[in-house]
Design a protein around this ligand. Sequence first.
Ligand code: GDP
Length: 394
Amino acid sequence: MDILDIYIPQIPIVKKKPNCFVGFANLPNQVHRKSIKKGFQFTLMVVGESGLGKSTLINTLFNTSVYHNKEPHDDLEENGIKLKLNVIDTPGFGDFVNNETSWKPILEDIEARFDSYLEQENKVNRKKIVDERVHACLYFIAPTGHSLKPIDIEFMKRLHHRVNLIPVIAKADLLTEEEIAGFKARIMEDISYNKIQIYRPPIYENDDPETLQENKEIVLRMPFAVVGCDKEIEMNNKKIRGRQYPWGIIDVDNEDHCDFIKLRQMLIRTHMEELREYTNEVLYENYRSNKLIASGNEFGDGGNPLARFEEEKKAHEAKMTKMEAEMKMVFQQKVQEKKNKLMQSDADLHARHKEMKEKLVNQRRELEETKRQLESGVRPGTPEKSRKGKGYFK
Ligand code: GDP
């Protein structure tokens, strides 16, 4: 019998309606109340060469000067809902002559945030977990009008498994409508050719037609061609956020002028929670399980904590035995060194003693010679020859 032939009875899910209002329909309201009390937190990373308008766009997105470089943490409040926003800048990206590894410190930063969360999760007390994981990364593409640059492809390829990537065409007002359309098409081709996964709003079965249509429109606009402007100008006696040119005005908040509104809609109004959820349930979860498997730490399915404990015990014992043997060896070495030193100084002492003794014997011999000469009336130091009247004076 083939394994696929096994008969699995289908248990039908019976949908029953209580006869009167029980109250669980109120659950979404309970969640709502709780969330409002807790407040929301979102961490956004911005990546791109300096001067591409990153800080301007962040300030335009949140309609306030959130981004003031030094301390990009801000508590925002709108209609009583609190949002703790953390903007992470990545200064220097792509600004060097050699940008081959520009992606590396950014990947390391994202993974370090996962590690910190994992460490806190594994602690006994998990009440005060500080979540600094990055929920979305706005990647700024320079408005060249060509296609993606190698640095863009490399960055996205290296990062897409770790963070929700949202590519945007920076300073889109510098390109014409036609140029933008062509540029977008080429970027999407590059993205699919390189199998880069960018963030796309998920489609749910029970989404209403309006939501489905909204999501479709968002996807069609990707990568968002954005224009940032945090100052207001006057147009038809109305103040608008826009950029003024000799040929006209670009209104940031006009969907016909750029994709800023679509980006804001996805990032803040409709998919912020989805981005958070995807980060936690897919990106972080993958990282976490891979890391635990790699370190042989898997406790879940298949992992045996007792066997692991035994293994760790054995490894610890082996480590202790090795340390003990090493300490013994070091001790013996030191004793031998001391012995050699003592033997050496003993020999030195002996040699010095011998030398001094010889010196003394010589001195004594000389003194005795002098004494003998004095006693025989010869002036000490007079050569033997002259004393006998021989030689030159003969
Ligand atoms: P960052 O270094 O990437 O943070 O760039 P900034 O936000 O400091 O912007 C650099 C310059 O570009 C500033 O002079 C901005 O006024 C200008 N800028 C910002 N956004 C845009 C835009 O969408 N279009 C144009 N044309 N200029 C922009």
